[in-house]
Write a protein that binds this ligand. Structure first.
Ligand SMILES: [Zn+2]
Length: 395
């Protein structure tokens, strides 16, 4: 039971004094409401793994979520931009079906939430609240009816784009954008999401798309799994100007745990580029050989990915670097706009001390070691997101 929920709400309302008792990190963590803004675990669920059983592979399952004290877990249904349009909606439906099936089999431990109030009730009963998101706006295949369909199925955030631009939203990876951020349809999507109460996720969005969304949205937004560009200059990370704009909008940034986005000075990226360079010709020929067969292509490239990521896993990044990114945002705009967005089960490498979701308390330990107050830690761990969740989805 998260006894601190009511206490923290009172504190936030200024109804209690600020006298803080010094708790040990595990007690503070277990009492706090902990939110992870992004995981790609539904991909594994679709492939049939059992969420209820503690696994040795992957980054997340119910036992490890419980060990990690995670109370609200976003389960993002991912579709890639190259998926044929007609396959997108059925694919997302399939992933939602598997989330529902997994949750249905474990109702004593986990339940799907559609509002912040529902989430708090679920958490107060000692269960995990599962929040359904979709990663990549191509899932709606240029049709508002699909957005409404997914809303009806319980989806409460949509990551507008991914690693390639869609017909209506430019990706952060796009070096030659065909339009400025959003098309007229893209703006319609944003307007409809505001209207129905679905959270806009700007992770993966191009600077121009972030700019366009923030111009028109009437609700706070999130960047569910992004890091700080000033520390790691990667196109997936947010510049200080973007961080300030998201804070001004009242939004929240979930810090991604991927070493490639955390690495100070982008060193990881440079090493990765040189490792991939060694395999370039081999990968190109596999792509050519299996142009028409995505499964075979994946199968053939798989061992190369594994070998490269094994090398990359040796790069020394730890929990302290995750907290450096949190710190940067707190110093820039205060403690109200940052949270956690692990990207578990969607990334190949993770920091030492954070190899799966059971180890998330190490972040709390590091925040305490750096002198963060209990209230600020609770905001970062989950209350900041709950503020956005309630504002967008409960009214
Ligand atoms: Zn992503």
């Amino acid at each position: 039971m998260k006894k601190n929920l009511i206490f923290t709400a009172l504190l936030l309302m200024g109804l209690l004094g600020c006298s803080e008792t010094q708790l040990d990190y595990m007690t503070l963590h277990k009492n706090a409401l902990v939110v992870d803004l992004h995981s790609d675990t539904p991909m594994r669920m679709r492939r049939g793994f059992d969420f209820a059983v503690r696994d040795t592979s992957g980054h997340m399952d119910i036992p490890r979520l419980q060990e990690g004290g995670i109370d609200l877990q976003v389960l993002a249904c991912f579709v890639s931009t190259d998926m044929p349009a007609e396959e997108c909606r059925p694919r997302v439906d399939e992933m939602i079906d598997s989330i529902e099936a997994q949750v249905g089999r474990n109702q004593d431990k986990i339940e799907i939430c559609r509002t912040a109030a529902e989430a708090e009730n679920i958490i107060c009963e000692g269960k995990i609240a599962a929040f359904i998101g979709i990663e990549n706006g191509v899932a709606i295949h240029n049709d508002i009816d699909n957005l409404l369909h997914f809303y009806d199925r319980g989806v409460r955030y949509l990551t507008l784009t991914h690693t390639a631009s869609s017909d209506w939203c430019i990706s952060s990876a796009d070096t030659n954008p065909a339009f400025h951020g959003l098309t007229a349809f893209g703006k319609e999507v944003v307007g409809k999401m505001n209207e129905i109460g679905m959270i806009i996720d700007l992770s993966h969005a191009h600077t121009s798309a972030v700019e366009e969304v923030l111009k028109i949205t009437t609700d706070p937004v999130i960047a569910s799994h992004s890091c700080v560009h000033a520390i790691c200059p990667h196109d997936r990370n947010l510049t200080d100007d973007q961080i300030m704009a998201i804070a001004k909008n009242g939004g929240v940034i979930g810090i991604n745990f991927y070493n490639g986005y955390l690495s100070p000075g982008g060193e990881y990226g440079r090493i990765a580029d040189s490792l991939w360079g060694l395999h370039r010709t081999e990968i190109d020929s596999i792509r050519e050989l299996y142009q028409e067969d995505r499964e075979k292509r994946r199968e053939a490239i798989g061992p190369i990915y594994k070998a490269v990521n094994k090398e990359l896993a040796n790069i020394d990044i730890d929990v302290g670097t995750v907290v450096d990114h949190i710190d940067h945002i707190v110093k820039l705009v205060g403690p109200d706009y940052v949270g956690l967005g692990s990207d578990f089960d969607g990334i190949p490498t993770l920091p030492n001390g954070l190899k799966d979701c059971s180890l998330v308390p190490n972040i709390t330990k590091e925040l305490m070691a750096r002198g963060y107050s209990q209230l600020d830690i609770e905001k970062i761990l989950g209350l900041n997101f709950m503020r956005v969740f309630e504002k967008v989805c409960d009214n």
